[in-house]
Design a protein around this ligand. Structure first.
Ligand SMILES: Nc1ncnc2c1ncn2[C@@H]1O[C@H](COP(=O)(O)OP(=O)(O)OP(=O)(O)O)[C@@H](O)[C@H]1O
Length: 260
């Protein structure tokens, strides 16, 4: 069964057409990158997928269910574009991860030893062991991002939805971050949907890419997204894309099940 199935989707906000005739299928366990210029509807598409925005017409199925039912089943882990945690708030990294449980239950409660251990496990999976008691606001942007993903993963979602997760992370940090995501995808059989501006970098890490500018101009193998026609349709002119010419070696090894 497909993780995501979108058919003839149209979305309007305040009578303005934002997305038009989107058709997209994504199998379970795949890593999809969504790219496109500013204002092209990337965040809107993510919000439709996770059931925050209702489409004007068309259908969207998440493992065969509507997004609303998928939310109730805890299918999604979501990391929005802007950090939703006030960095001056005196919360430790582990408190932020445990907030994932609060948001599921909708109530505050004391945490059991099992939940605290689970939060530690999530931090360890994000290579953040040893930072449990650090104040969130004192962590670097990249470390905060990892803690936020640990929070998104604590309810064991089947689809991880990330909106521009690498913003503010330097190039080396971004590479490590993408490898970490790739590792999670394989280890947890996680379906990942990630919006990014960086078509060049994303091309090296994702299994599929969707090029969006109100309509879907391309969906398929990442390398095919870099042809001149697609780029021109997306950005309205020729753009030189900085890219790896091949898929990242380390990712290919991961893909074929080999160890680093
Ligand atoms: N709540 C809203 N009210 C009015 N217009 C909106 C709203 N949300 C989005 N839009 C409009 O929809 C269009 C697409 O916005 P969206 O945030 O989905 O684009 P994006 O591709 O994610 O942009 P960016 O790359 O800049 O984050 C924009 O023109 C935006 O102004």
């Amino acid at each position: 069964m497909n993780a995501v199935e979108i058919k003839n989707l149209d979305v309007s906000i305040n009578n303005k057409e934002i997305l038009k005739d989107i058709n997209l299928e994504l199998a379970e366990g795949r890593f999809l990158g969504i790219v496109g210029p500013n204002g092209s509807g990337k965040t809107t598409l993510l919000r439709v997928i996770i059931g925050i925005i209702k489409p004007k017409s068309g259908s969207i199925k998440i493992f065969g269910d509507t997004p609303i039912i998928a939310i109730k089943k805890g299918i999604f882990g979501y990391l929005p574009q802007s950090q939703m945690i006030e960095t001056t708030f005196p919360a430790r990294a582990i408190d932020v991860v445990l907030m994932g449980i609060y948001s599921r239950l909708g109530v505050f409660s004391w945490h059991s030893k099992e939940e605290i251990n689970l939060a530690k496990e999530m931090l360890s999976m994000m290579n953040m062991s040893g930072y449990e008691n650090e104040l969130f606001g004192n962590l670097s942007g990249g470390q905060q991002q990892r803690v936020s993903i640990a929070r998104a993963l604590i309810n064991n979602p089947k689809i991880l939805v990330l909106d521009e997760p690498s913003t503010g992370i330097d190039v080396v940090g971004q590479e490590d971050f993408y490898h970490l995501l790739k590792g999670l995808q394989k280890k947890l059989n996680l379906t990942i949907i990630m919006v990014s501006h960086d078509i060049g970098a994303v091309t090296s890490y994702v299994d599929e890419i969707a090029c969006l500018n109100k309509t879907l101009h391309y969906h398929g193998s990442p390398l095919g997204a870099l042809n001149d026609t697609v780029i021109k349709q997306l950005y309205g002119k020729h753009v030189d894309i900085m890219m790896h010419t091949e898929l990242c070696d380390k990712c290919e090894r991961l893909q074929s099940g080999q160890k680093n």
